[in-house]
Each structure stands twice: as structure tokens, then as C-alpha cells.
Design a protein around this ligand. Structure first.
Ligand SMILES: NC(=O)c1ccc[n+]([C@@H]2O[C@H](COP(=O)([O-])OP(=O)(O)OC[C@H]3O[C@@H](n4cnc5c(N)ncnc54)[C@H](OP(=O)(O)O)[C@@H]3O)[C@@H](O)[C@H]2O)c1
Length: 296
């Protein structure tokens, strides 16, 4: 792998031992920790929960919510959401956790409205924590370079999910749960190294992630009682990574992603998710901060 790229992608240049298959994908039961800390009686909303990182986070967070919390799972693919709901309920129990699925396209205003409406329906005076995980995102067309994006409609479509959707959903959720004594409000932006570093042929993705980070920094300035975190989860073994190594227009980048995969340097979603869960439990990050898996 190109040493510069491996460094800029924050990849540790030591061989990572691959876990045996049985450990690489922990069983649901194994994801339940016996550690007593929790995230309160929460309404927890996770976008992009149907697969990849969002799905893993849904499991990890569900174990940290107090009984009678509500978990709202959002994505376009209903079947995968329902399957996830059944899996979580079979571990946590229906009486412990109210899991709701919202099939919504967050690229569309209607999808954001539908999600906000579903969140409003969870409202209860007993809720002591609202936790929104803005995880849904797309890679965009990474096969082309910046000078090929002459069509503003194409760029706007990309920003619509990755920037506008995240802002308007966050605003809607915070309005649905306004400041009240005893209510903790936390907003997480799933970010990326790409928010800070430019990568050739990734103009849409880098732009979207950089814009989101700034958006959430502004939110942190404006709303001191809201805990805001941009978390860069590291390179994850998901469908998005598959797209990255197959389609990146920049040859060096494509090779780097391929060798990260073949050299087993990708993280599991659970590994990365554990650090995020710990950050949320510790709750001592500076609001608005961008924190990276490799720096924690
Ligand atoms: N994978 C990595 O190496 C990596 C590295 C750094 C940061 N990240 C970030 O981590 C997050 C999760 O990535 P991932 O790798 O898990 O991606 P992924 O496997 O592609 O999953 C993306 C999720 O977003 C949902 N989604 C996509 N478009 C949507 C839309 N229009 N409306 C609603 N939901 C939509 C997808 O569900 P449906 O298709 O069912 O809608 C899916 O659940 C993203 O924010 C990504 O930028 C990933």
C-alpha cells in the first residue's frame, strides 16, 4: 500500500490478525455487556439502520437503553428493518424495548417529515434522553473527478441526503424534544476522515462529510445544552467499502482500499461501534468535536 495513503487513511501499518469467523461477527447475545452503565430511558433514533454500521449500532445501543425506551430504526429497506427489529426484540424482550421501524427515503423532504412524525409519536414525559444517530449516507459517484460534475441537479441530489436531510432531521427531532429540565439531548454525526482530508475522485463524499461536520459544530455553538459529536468510525467492512474498492476513479485510492481489504485491515462495525458507545456512556467529549476511532 502507498505509505502516504495508508497514513492518511489512518491505517495502522502492522498486520492485523483476522478473528476467527465465529468471533468476527459476534452473536447477538454476546453484544450484551454485563457492565451496568446505561444511556437512560431514551428515545434513540438511528438512520441507515438496515445494514452496515447502523445495524451494528442498533444492537449495541439497544443493550444500553433502560427498560421502556424507544428505538426508532430508519432506512428505505423495510424488510431489513423488520428483520433487525425481530432480532433485537428476541434478545431484549418486547416489554423492555419498544422498537419501531420507519421506512423513509431521507433524500426526500417527505422521508424526513415521516421520520420526524414517527419521533413525535414517541414523546413521553418519562423520556430522559433523546439520542439521534445521523448515520445514513451514500458514497456518491466516486468513479469520476470533480471537473465532470457539471450538472447541479446531480450534486444537489447527493447533498440532499447527505447534508440537507441530516440537518432538517436533526432540527425536526430537536424541535420535537425541546429543552426541558432533566432531558439529555445528544446528536451524533457519523463522520469520516474525508471530512478533513481531500481524496481524489471523492468530491461528493468529502464535500458532504466536511459540510456535515461544520453544520454540527454550528449546532454545538448555538445549543449549549445539546451534546453534539462527529465520530469518524474508521474504515469499516461494509457495502460502502465494497463500492469504494470497486469504483474509486483514482487508481491509488482504489488499490489502497483493495489492499486494506485483502490485508484484513478493515474494522468490524462492532469494534468501531464499541468506541462510540463508550464515548456516549462517558459523555465527557467536548460538544461539537470531531473524534476519530484511531485517536481514541
Ligand atoms: N464503511 C466505511 O468504511 C466508512 C468509513 C467512514 C465513515 N463511514 C460512514 O458510516 C456510515 C455508515 O456507513 P456504512 O458503511 O454502514 O454504509 P452502507 O453499508 O452503505 O449503509 C448505509 C445505510 O444508509 C441507508 N441509506 C442510504 N441511503 C438512504 C436514504 N436515501 N434514505 C434513508 N437511508 C438511506 C442504507 O439503507 P437503505 O439502503 O435500506 O436505505 C443503509 O442502512 C455512513 O455515514 C458512512 O459515511 C463509513
Amino acid at each position: 500500500m502507498d505509505p502516504f495513503l495508508s497514513e492518511s487513511l489512518h491505517i495502522k501499518r502492522v498486520p492485523v490478525t483476522r478473528l476467527p469467523e465465529s468471533q468476527a461477527c459476534p452473536r447477538m447475545e454476546d453484544l450484551i455487556s454485563r457492565e451496568p452503565r446505561d444511556l437512560g430511558r431514551a428515545v434513540c433514533i438511528i438512520t441507515g439502520a438496515s445494514k452496515g454500521y447502523g445495524r451494528a449500532l442498533a444492537f449495541q445501543l439497544s443493550c444500553r437503553l433502560k427498560p421502556r425506551s424507544v428505538l426508532v430504526l430508519v432506512a428505505r429497506t423495510k424488510a431489513q428493518l423488520n428483520e433487525l427489529k425481530d432480532d433485537i426484540v428476541s434478545v431484549c424482550g418486547r416489554s423492555q424495548l419498544d422498537v419501531r421501524c420507519v421506512q423513509a427515503d431521507l433524500e426526500e423532504a417527505g422521508g424526513v417529515e415521516k421520520t420526524v412524525q414517527a419521533v413525535k409519536e414517541t414523546s413521553s414525559t418519562e423520556t430522559d434522553h433523546v439520542l439521534l444517530i445521523n448515520n445514513a449516507a451514500s458514497l456518491g459517484d466516486v468513479s469520476r473527478f470533480a471537473v465532470s460534475f457539471t450538472d447541479p441537479a446531480e450534486v444537489n441530489r447527493y447533498l440532499s441526503l447527505n447534508v440537507s436531510g441530516a440537518l432538517s432531521l436533526t432540527a425536526g427531532v430537536l424541535q420535537a424534544f425541546p429543552h426541558r429540565l432533566g432531558l439529555r439531548r445528544t446528536v451524533v454525526n457519523i463522520s469520516s476522515l474525508c471530512a478533513l482530508k481531500p481524496f481524489p475522485s471523492w468530491v461528493l463524499y468529502c464535500t458532504g462529510k466536511a459540510a456535515r461536520d461544520m453544520m454540527f459544530r454550528v449546532l454545538a455553538e448555538e445549543e449549549p445544552d445539546v451534546r453534539v459529536l462527529s465520530y469518524a468510525p474508521g474504515p469499516l467492512d461494509t457495502d460502502m467499502q465494497l463500492q469504494a474498492r470497486r469504483f474509486s476513479g483514482d487508481l491509488n485510492l482504489r488499490r489502497s482500499f483493495s489492499s486494506m481489504f485483502s490485508e484484513h485491515q478493515l474494522l468490524t462495525c462492532e469494534e468501531s461501534g464499541s468506541k462510540l458507545v463508550k464515548l456516549l456512556l462517558d459523555n465527557d467529549f467536548p460538544s461539537g468535536a470531531h473524534l476519530d476511532f484511531y485517536e481514541l
